[in-house]
Ligand binder design. Structure first.
Ligand SMILES: Cc1cc2nc3c(=O)[nH]c(=O)nc-3n(C[C@H](O)[C@H](O)[C@H](O)COP(=O)(O)OP(=O)(O)OC[C@H]3O[C@@H](n4cnc5c(N)ncnc54)[C@H](O)[C@@H]3O)c2cc1C
Length: 409
């Protein structure tokens, strides 16, 4: 029986880059997915600058650009009485976002893994992990033709999304959990002009829009989870009625044509312990949050690099597995926690508390502060840095006139 260094379950944003990076470091990798590629998945697909930077590091950005997917250099937030609009700060020299269709992005990632020497098996469903003693040593699964096989590896990596079979099989511990917060539906429109990434925030409602491949614009509309049944009762009617809360946006919709069915849903918010004897979890399998700030792909790429580095330390450097993986988990959580809190607060779709409204009003009109705010959403500036009391104090000090104006509007 072939023995791999790593078997990776799931070949999208987390799995394919992890497989590719391990193979590029000389390891023998099997990557399996029950899907075939190209294929779509339920997800909008705004990819912030840190993810774009990762694609550039991996030599894959040109492939995304050559699909005609437009760059996104401006983020704007319409809060009703005032708007905040700016350009994210660069990180590693990159400030641009892209929103390639998942049919496009995931195929580029799987192909890059195969080119790196990964053995890719599509239409292969993992049914269970193989455990010997306390340790995961492989997977059992079924090919499209129904043939069942067992494969062994030094590590099994679950990159199998939020309903991860691997996480379930190893009973991965969950922490910092939060319930589902908002239900969103999205679809694609032609003839809908859009200026970068546009977000509109209204009480108990919110939506985002950005350009993607084939001259289409994706518009995703969210309602609080408590109203999900009412939303689902008439998806199209409720979606379009929500857009009327911003008349200028609704006017642009008049000439637009819907080019796809509605898709969407809600997700639970959690962290999972991402490793144990013989196993690891990357991407949504290990950490998931509401899509309102569109961090999932960016985080999946980050995980791919960080988990690979930890495993290389173990495989090549002889570092104890628990030590290397605990350090990765600690770094992942420290990096993610502020954005997790920011995201889950936004996803409640509740009006911001008065002090936050005052801050946002002060940010409005102050270009440096607006660039800072959009950088938080674009994941190029930590919420810790932006919401630091000294930074807030500086913004408030220069924004008193703006606050008064915005509050009167
Ligand atoms: C409505 C919505 C909107 C979103 N919008 C954005 C956004 O704009 N920007 C953003 O960055 N993120 C967004 N996200 C989050 C993003 O989709 C995820 O974070 C991202 O897809 C995670 O990638 P992944 O590789 O971890 O998992 P997935 O993309 O879920 O891939 C998991 C793969 O595992 C395979 N698999 C699962 N189980 C098995 C099995 N037993 N055997 C074999 N294969 C298996 C599946 O077929 C799948 O291909 C959104 C999510 C939702 C739900």
């Amino acid at each position: 029986m072939t023995e791999y260094d790593a078997i990776i379950v799931g070949a999208r944003c987390a799995g394919s880059p992890t497989a590719m990076l391990l193979a590029r470091r000389g390891f023998r990798v099997l990557l399996v997915d029950r899907a075939t590629f190209p294929s779509d998945t339920v997800s909008t697909h705004l990819m912030h600058a840190p993810a774009v930077g990762a694609l550039a590091r991996w030599g894959l950005l040109d492939r995304v650009v050559s699909t005609g997917c437009p760059p996104i250099n401006k983020y704007s937030f319409d809060f009703g009485p005032f708007a905040i609009s700016g350009t994210p700060r660069p990180i590693d020299g990159v400030a641009t976002a892209f929103a390639p269709r998942r049919t496009v992005l995931d195929k580029i990632l799987v192909d890059a893994a195969a080119e790196a020497g990964v053995e890719v098996r599509q239409e292969f469903t993992v049914e269970d992990v193989v455990v010997e003693g306390q340790e995961v040593v492989g997977i059992r699964g079924r090919s499209a033709n129904g043939r069942r096989t067992t494969e062994r590896a030094r590590i099994v990596i679950g990159a199998d999304g939020r309903n991860s079979q691997v996480a379930r099989a190893v009973s991965a511990e969950q922490y910092n959990t939060k319930p589902m917060l908002q239900w969103s539906f999205y679809t694609y429109w032609s003839d809908l002009p859009i200026d970068g990434m546009e977000t509109v925030v209204r009480p108990d409602r919110g939506w985002g829009a950005f350009p993607t491949n084939d001259d289409l614009t994706l518009v995703v509309v969210g309602w609080p989870y408590a109203e999900a049944s009412a939303y689902k009762a008439d998806v199209e009617g409720n979606y379009l009625k929500t857009l009327e809360l911003a008349p200028e946006f609704a006017a642009r919709m008049c000439a637009a044509k819907r080019e796809a069915r509605f898709a969407g849903g809600a997700v639970a918010n959690y962290f999972r312990k991402p490793f144990g004897p013989g196993w690891a979890l990357v991407g949504d399998a290990g950490y998931n949050k509401d899509p309102i700030t569109a961090q999932g792909i960016t985080d999946a790429f980050h995980d791919a690099e960080q988990c690979t580095d930890a495993l290389v330390d173990v495989f090549e450097g002889g570092r104890p597995f628990d030590e290397a993986m605990s350090e990765w988990q600690r770094a992942r959580d420290e990096h993610s926690m502020p954005m997790y809190e920011f995201t889950t607060n936004l996803a409640s779709l509740e009006p911001p508390p008065p002090e936050m409204q005052q801050l946002l009003a002060a940010v409005h009109g102050n270009q440096e502060a607006m660039d800072g705010f959009v950088s938080v959403v674009a994941a190029t500036m930590s919420p810790v840095e932006f919401f630091d009391p000294q930074h807030i104090g500086e913004i408030m000090a220069t924004g008193e006139g703006a606050i008064a104006g915005a509050m009167h509007a």
